[in-house]
Design a binder for this molecule. Structure first.
Ligand code: 5GP
Length: 142
């Protein structure tokens, strides 16, 4: 496995060098919307500490990311009136990983609606801003 690359896109977002549509932050985790969502409200949760994926992430950070994933999934169910949530997480290229800072996908689902293919279409900035605002408020209220 390769070493962690501090110049990956998500590391730059975590350092504030690139923008994102943030929905949640605490001392150990950070969450923002995927700009090419597979469904509206598609969110990514990351540990703040450098970790390429679950194979090198300290167990405590991974457990914290799981807790935050649950919190966001519960808020997303309510605020987007979802019928379900798909959680995905990929490790290494062979496992489907494209960006090499550990992240968990939280994808709100409507019954009978297929997810879009991965990275198929960039969502409009105003749409992402509105969804992020709603989700952030629901998480803060939870
Ligand atoms: P994975 O590494 O788990 O396969 O997926 C990486 C995800 O990051 C994809 O769902 C893709 O749409 C998303 N993504 C790629 N570049 C950016 C970016 O610059 N900002 C955000 N918010 N998401 C991104």
């Amino acid at each position: 496995m390769h070493a962690y690359d501090p110049n990956n896109i998500f590391a730059k977002i975590l350092r504030g060098e690139l923008p994102c549509y943030k929905v949640y932050e605490d001392d150990r985790a950070f969450a923002f919307l995927d700009i090419m969502p597979r469904a509206p409200g598609h969110t990514l949760v990351l540990p703040k500490a450098p970790a390429r994926n679950i194979l090198d992430c300290p167990a405590d950070d991974l457990a914290h990311v799981a807790k935050v994933t649950q919190k966001i999934a519960q808020a997303a169910m309510k605020v987007f009136a979802a019928d379900g949530i798909t959680v995905q997480q990929f490790n290494e290229g062979a496992g489907g990983q494209v960006v090499f800072h550990l992240h968990v996908h939280i994808i709100p689902r409507k019954a009978g609606v297929m997810m879009k293919p991965p990275a198929s279409e960039k969502e409009k900035p105003d749409v992402l801003a509105e969804l992020a605002k709603k989700l952030a408020a629901a998480i803060a209220a939870s």
